[in-house]
Design a protein around this ligand. Structure first.
Ligand code: DX5
Ligand code: ZN
Length: 224
């Protein structure tokens, strides 16, 4: 059971929303009670899909001046977009460990621009690789699908990574991303995840507020 001393936070991903209406879709999920917005930036190189960049983040910021934006950078050159994302209004810059040779320099670069730092690992990356950096970041993202697309199945075999992080770091924000829904949330929450990204389950639901509340209730059940 989790011994987390942190808060339950639900962050919808709008990856599977209608991209012609991202402003309205983002507002809709925030008004439904989300704690933050998880924005998936893909470059067609680090992952086999392309989404959007800082220009879109800037436009969404105008629509949602006060929401917390966690930018999930699925890009090959995360160093390249730090300034643009900060200027666009990003609150947190979550980069992939696999995409950089110098995580420490990148963390410093992100902090210098006043953003929080998230560090993400793909399913094939052992959790031990991220341990040297945990003390320097605000959040660790354990991917529970191969990054690139929404609507994939949750990989429960990633939970030992979450359990190990939670055991070592009771106060750490641990985010899970991919295939999270009312069906899979118990497994993730029990392992110790407290920041829950959920795309299709929220965006495609006729009652997003109910889904968000259900996810949060399950996470809270396992928090101290
Ligand atoms: C996958 C993205 C996720 C994903 C979440 O590459 O990082 O944020 O789209 O969507 P669902 O919840 O549909 O898996
Ligand atoms: Zn994501």
């Amino acid at each position: 059971m989790s011994v987390c001393t942190c808060q339950a936070k639900i962050g919808p991903s709008i990856l599977n929303a209608d991209f012609a209406c991202l402003g309205d879709e983002s507002k809709r999920v925030m008004e439904a009670g989300a704690d933050y917005l998880h924005l998936d930036v893909m470059d067609g190189n680090f992952v086999p899909n392309i989404t959007f960049g800082a220009t879109m983040v800037k436009s969404l910021r105008k629509q949602l001046p006060d929401s917390f934006f966690d930018i999930h950078m699925m890009v090959s050159a995360p160093e390249q977009w730090v300034d643009d994302m900060a200027d666009a209004g990003a609150d947190q810059y979550t980069f992939h460990l696999e995409a950089t040779d110098d995580p420490v320099a990148l963390i410093k670069q992100i902090r210098a621009k006043g953003m929080k730092v998230g560090i993400a690992i793909k399913p094939g990356t052992p959790v031990e690789k991220v341990l040297p950096y945990v003390d320097q970041v605000d959040m660790v993202l354990v991917m529970t699908v191969e990054p690139g697309f929404g609507g994939q199945s949750f990989m429960a075999d990633m939970m030992p990574k979450v359990e190990l992080l939670r055991q070592k770091y009771p106060g750490l924000d641990i985010e899970v991303d991919g295939g999270l829904s009312p069906k899979t949330i118990d497994t993730a929450a029990k392992a110790g995840a407290n920041m829950i990204v959920s795309g299709s389950a929220i965006v495609k639901s006729p009652d997003p507020a109910a889904v968000i509340q259900e996810l949060r209730t399950v996470v809270q059940k396992y928090l101290n």
